[in-house]
Design a binder for this molecule. Structure first.
Ligand code: PMP
Length: 354
């Protein structure tokens, strides 16, 4: 750190992204990416002309992609906000809607506390229940910005739409943000509620079920006023925050719903298969509606399992927070990748070390 950074950022602990190893081939089950490529339509979407056109700025209104998403979700394009990954939207949420402070679960997406610190937000973390679930009753009448990942990460549990409606109804003067990064793997989206309430924003990403983490594209569905507020923050930081290539690929993605339904179904199938096998090996596996499993075994510590898997070139995500240090978060890959993982776990539990 230099001497010149503003004092309020000096103690900031930045978010630590999952490892992106460069020392050879790994089975990467640590950052909840899709094991599948984008749809064939997306693979063919870019032409030489698109690259030539990179000399021009992208459309800051993203009108074509907004319109396509609006049609898909039966809302108006004024109800859609697009950004450079959903992290970008969450940053604006904490920047712009936290005047009364913020609340979110104590075990959830690690970026919420980082954004709170970044923007000097007074925040409170609400403990999960003993069985690692979000209890909607803990979020009634909070009088603060509420941010909930649904399904939650890294646990995978998912609130029902009626539970979210209770939270939204009972916090009428604050924004409720539902981060639906993992909603396509078995949960029910609450976006239809955005037509009924002016204080609900649903945040989505193309990074998980849409197989495009590297393109950096996220969107939000919400009431017109909130979308206008987000636009104001965007135009005050980086109006061209989505590049032309990503916008074109995003349009082709929205036109490929069938493909993504199929790949998401396959992930759900492989998730259930993997959970069953892990339970047979003595693991406790939390029920998951996401593209990952959160699992622990009383035969091996979370840290040791993570290290032993890494030595076998399989990466999973381990968190050092004492409340969850026994667990590992395992992204669902292909059937073949999960069989390799399960074989490696069996070997490790039988005493093999590397
Ligand atoms: N929300 C949650 C709950 C996540 O796990 C992630 C992925 N790390 C994100 C948001 C951010 O996704 P992206 O910025 O790639 O859209």
């Amino acid at each position: 750190m230099s001497r010149l950074l503003k004092e309020n950022y000096q103690k900031l602990e930045a978010y630590i992204p999952g490892e992106q190893p460069k020392d050879g081939e790994y089975i990467k089950l640590n950052t909840n990416e899709s094991p599948f490529p984008p749809s064939p339509r997306v693979l063919d979407a870019l032409k030489r002309e698109d690259i030539e056109n990179l000399r021009l700025y992208s459309d800051p209104t993203m009108s074509a992609l907004r319109e396509k998403l609006a049609q898909l979700y039966d809302v108006k394009s004024e109800n859609i906000y697009l950004s450079n990954g959903s992290d970008d939207i969450l940053n604006f949420v904490f920047m712009g809607f936290s005047q009364n402070g913020a609340v979110f679960p104590d075990i959830t997406y690690g970026f919420y506390s980082v954004f709170s610190e970044l923007h000097g937000v007074d925040y409170k973390e609400i403990p999960l229940t003993e069985d690692f679930r979000v209890n909607y009753k803990d979020y009634i009448n909070k009088d603060k910005l509420i941010v909930i990942a649904n399904p939650n990460a890294p646990t995978g549990d998912c609130l029902g739409v009626w539970e979210i409606e209770e939270i939204v109804m009972n916090n009428p003067d604050n924004l409720v943000v539902i981060d639906e990064a993992y909603i396509d793997f078995g949960g029910e989206s609450c976006y239809p509620l955005t037509k009924k309430y002016d204080n609900l924003l649903v945040v989505r990403t193309f990074s998980k079920s849409r197989c495009m983490a590297g393109a950096r594209l996220g969107y939000a569905i919400g009431p017109k006023g909130i979308i206008e507020d987000l636009e104001k923050l965007k135009y005050s930081t980086n109006p061209y925050n989505i590049n032309r290539l990503t916008a074109t690929l995003g349009e082709a993605t929205v036109e490929s719903e069938d493909y993504y339904l199929k790949t998401s179904e396959e992930i759900i199938r492989v998730r259930e298969y993997t959970a069953k096998k892990l339970i047979e090996s003595g693991f406790e596996v939390l029920p998951s509606k996401a593209n990952f499993l959160f699992a622990r075994s009383n035969k091996i510590s979370g840290e040791k399992l993570y290290q032993e898997l890494k030595a076998r070139h399989i990466l999973v995500r381990h968190f050092t927070n004492p409340k969850i240090e026994m667990f590992n978060r395992i992204t669902i890959g292909t059937q073949e990748q999960m069989d390799i993982l399960l074989g490696a776990i069996e070997e490790i539990l039988n005493g093999g070390t590397k």
